[in-house]
Design a protein around this ligand. Structure first.
Ligand code: PGA
Length: 253
């Protein structure tokens, strides 16, 4: 196994007007630069579509990459309100998040849809962050590992590699709630995801990054990322403040 390089990814969700987005991106870029070329992590920010171009400009040359929060399965066409993966790539994105639980809930996205989006994104030359995670009801019913395995099997794109695909385990009950999974709870699921990945992609599973997401903050990030199978974070609320986001990155080092 090669050492997996942590990925610190910010998911800004539906937040930020142009001035805020520019300032946040510029602040993150400046602090990222201070880590220099030997930073022990990769860093990504995923702004809303309206801010992608401005954020790409603001982080240029800093080592911070930019991603979309969703994409359509089609390259182009009559899909009012949607954005295709080639458009994200053209705008300067390196990544796209697919299958976030808010997309699954708000837009009824199924595993099959998520997989199709991920495959379209890979075909356009983007890297994907594929999100999975159980609800509180499923956890309380003892279905956590089954649900995550099922979502992984259904959502993982064909052609997934350690370079082009990242998995994000985001327990729905921990997203935006301030309730973080304990390091043990998170590690249990991450280990099960990696074991399942082995069956799906073989030895690549050892090199594929699995991020934790759900109320990650500077105060809990080090403990979470110290777990064997936790390779960084997908961070919502705390990615909207430069110091919190950078504090999490510091915990990765
Ligand atoms: P949170 O969101 O950090 O605000 O809990 C994480 C996510 O939904 O990606």
């Amino acid at each position: 196994m090669t050492a997996r390089r942590p990925l610190i990814a910010g998911n800004w969700k539906m937040n930020g007007l142009l001035a805020d987005g520019r300032a946040l991106a510029a602040g993150v870029a400046e602090k990222r630069k201070a880590f220099g070329e030997s930073a022990p992590f990769d860093m990504l920010v995923c702004p809303p579509f309206t801010l992608v171009t401005a954020v790409v400009d603001a982080v240029a040359g800093s080592g911070v990459e930019v991603g979309g929060q969703d994409c359509h399965t089609a390259e182009k066409g009559a899909h009012t309100g949607d954005v295709g993966p080639a458009m994200l790539k053209d705008a300067g994105c390196a990544y796209v998040i697919v299958g976030h639980s808010e997309r699954r809930t708000d837009h009824g996205e199924t595993d099959a849809v998520v997989k199709a989006k991920a495959e379209a994104a890979l075909a356009a030359g983007l890297k994907v962050i594929v999100c999975i995670g159980e609800t509180l009801e499923e956890r309380e019913a003892g279905q956590t590992l089954d649900v995550n395995k099922r979502q992984l099997n259904g959502s993982l794109p064909a052609g997934a590699s350690a370079e082009n695909c990242v998995i994000a385990y985001e327990p729905v009950w921990a997203i935006g709630t301030g309730k973080v999974a304990t390091p043990e709870q998170a590690q249990e699921v991450h280990a099960a995801i990696r074991a399942e990945l082995k069956g799906l992609v073989g030895g690549i599973a050892e090199d594929m990054r699995i991020l934790y997401g759900g109320s990650m903050k500077p105060g809990n990030a080090a403990e979470l990322m110290a777990q064997t199978d936790i390779d960084g974070g997908l961070i919502g609320g705390a990615s909207l403040k430069v110091d919190d986001f950078i504090g999490i990155a510091e915990a990765a080092g």
